[in-house]
Design a protein around this ligand. Sequence first.
Ligand code: ZN
Ligand code: ZN
Ligand code: FE
Length: 745
Amino acid sequence: MTAPRRRVRLRVEGTVQGVGFRPHVHRLATDLGLAGFVLNDAAGVVVEVESDSAAVDRFLERLGAEAPALARIDRVLPQELPAVGDRGFAILLSDAAGDVSAGVPADAATCADCLRELRDPADRRYRYPFVNCTACGPRYTIVTGVPYDRARTTMAAFPMCDACRAEYEDPADRRFHAEPIACPDCGPRLSQPLDIAVDALIGGRIVAVKGIGGYHLACLAHDEAAVARLRGRKRREEKPFAVMAPDVAAAGALVDLTGAERVLLEGRERPIVLARRRPGAAVAPSVAPRSADLGVMLPYSPIHHLLLGDVGAPLVMTSGNRSDEPIAHEDADAARRLAGIADLIVGHDRPIATRVDDSVVRAVPGRAPLVMRRSRGWAPSPLALPVPAPRHILACGAELKSTACVAKDARAWVSHHVGDLGDWETLRAYRATVAHLERLFAVRTEIVAHDMHPDYRSTAYALERDGAARVAVQHHHAHLAACLAEHGETGPAAAAILDGAGYGTDGTIWGGEILVGDIRGFRRAAHLRPVRLPGGDAAVREPWRMACAWLAEATGAETPDVPVALDGRVDAAAWRAVARLARAPRSPVTSSAGRLLDAVAALCGLRVRVTYEGQAAVELEAACDPSERGAYPWDGLDPRPAVAAAAGDLAAGVPVGVVAARTHAGLACAVAGACTDAAAAAGVGLAVLSGGVFQNRLLLGDVATRLDAAGLRVLVPERLPPNDGGISYGQAAVAAASDGGETGP
Ligand code: ZN
Ligand code: ZN
Ligand code: FE
């Protein structure tokens, strides 16, 4: 007598296409002797299995537990069906009809199996620079449409050879439906033999290398002449370059790696990991001038593995562009733009559909690492929304470090890092990104969320979009909501948002804010004492102007004395003019914490001018003497006593490292105190820390520790950056939670 048969239909949602999920189901079902089928449809994967009840239960247990590495199951919806008595298990052809939301996976670093083939002289893909499988390889960067299959990737132009097709069609093969499958007979090729590039690099030349998301510029990391030449040609004066090390041991010789950093470094996302540089590390001084940290990463494409393996030494790997332009990814464009920078260009004929920069993470001792830039490896993996969106949402993000986000139901997809929209090329890429996201995730935008800043290009873009309701979200509320939402929370919370700049509801520039609010709304509970920005944007580029403004505030002097460290570095007449501007009612007012740190960095003589936003504050953090325990006094959120004390210390010859550390500790103490007070007054036990200034791990760690000690539960950004890269997701979360579902603009 046989047990009664049971049949179950499963709808599996999440990142389950292009990741080897169907072969996994096939193997599992065959292993357990189940009948049925599996197929991809536009919403995910559909499985039907039939056997005795115990075997079906075992299948259900193992389906998630043994899922492939790249798969992410969001939910499984089971449905009991009458048994039909079929035999055998089949993979059926895809059903492309219906709602397209199956998702496009993120790009993944070359897996261990593919690496073994790459290094095996007997393998048919020995040293083939495009080896990949269902567990690794390009995804988001090659996708042109949905559902995700080869015809809708940039691999469509490469007909498979018989050997590749056999692997592609064999459910037992680890390349079953690996859409970018390729081999030396049928796949993409390099435009130059790799050994020419290897010789050029070893000879001290600069080589442009086409990778997964764009071109990199590479040179020997220990060769000062080569790195200095690269800096000159790229017109990038000081922003640190990232270094790619051949393996984790070589990376460990450059930077001190904690266990957490090692895990990040070797993860399939393969981000750039910012870690503390080892004394005497073999990197040229020009790689990361004035920085205590070094950005390191490991090879993530077969081209990198071959190149780094053959060169045998760490390489600078910086995005292939001139300063501020987007990374080059189209071949003709790259040839034109990189010709004056690189001595040699190594391209290939697999087109990149979407340019995607390397992601950047920074380890924070004792806490989750901070994502500074969420891009290749993570984009466009979905994030959950704590309050589902009643209608489809497009959130336009901010202006610098911009991303866009689309959302429907309980899911949000944040784009790769697009960059500074002030650049025309970047703005063009931004528009293309929005259209691509809407198409990939079948979002028919009904609500457009945007920043309140009238001059952001992202706001202008939002206002161009017809036929959708618009929601303006205050910048720092978006920072607060993004952090709540990524933790699945809706608030209320007391938030300390320390930022460079954001448009406030009163028309002034905010950036040192204590907000009390939730995912729907907020009020401004407290803020840093405002100061005038002498010269508007010029005050951002020239921190000495902020030093002058804050000194005038702190001392009450009409024209403060030029501080010792700036003597001879700023023009006396310009200083007097800026002092006048700092009192002029027409100068804009800001409560920005970023600008306050800029001012102290300038007082210290670290920075008179910056070449990228936030540079002065980054260098002030790097300058901190870790043994210093003092803190400058604040009067609530009024930093004038702290500025006066710093100026006094510097005049008395106290070292910059001590002044920097006391400045950090004073700010952390003041902000933590104000946040604790706001939480107590509002009767909330939850605190949120975000904003670009919290990329500073000293401040983040210090403020979080103080709030912990005050008994608050502290949330900090973990999956998205604290900087403006997280704004689009925050806007989407606010728009979703606030939407009553009414139609029409
Ligand atoms: Zn692989
Ligand atoms: Zn082939
Ligand atoms: Fe911001």
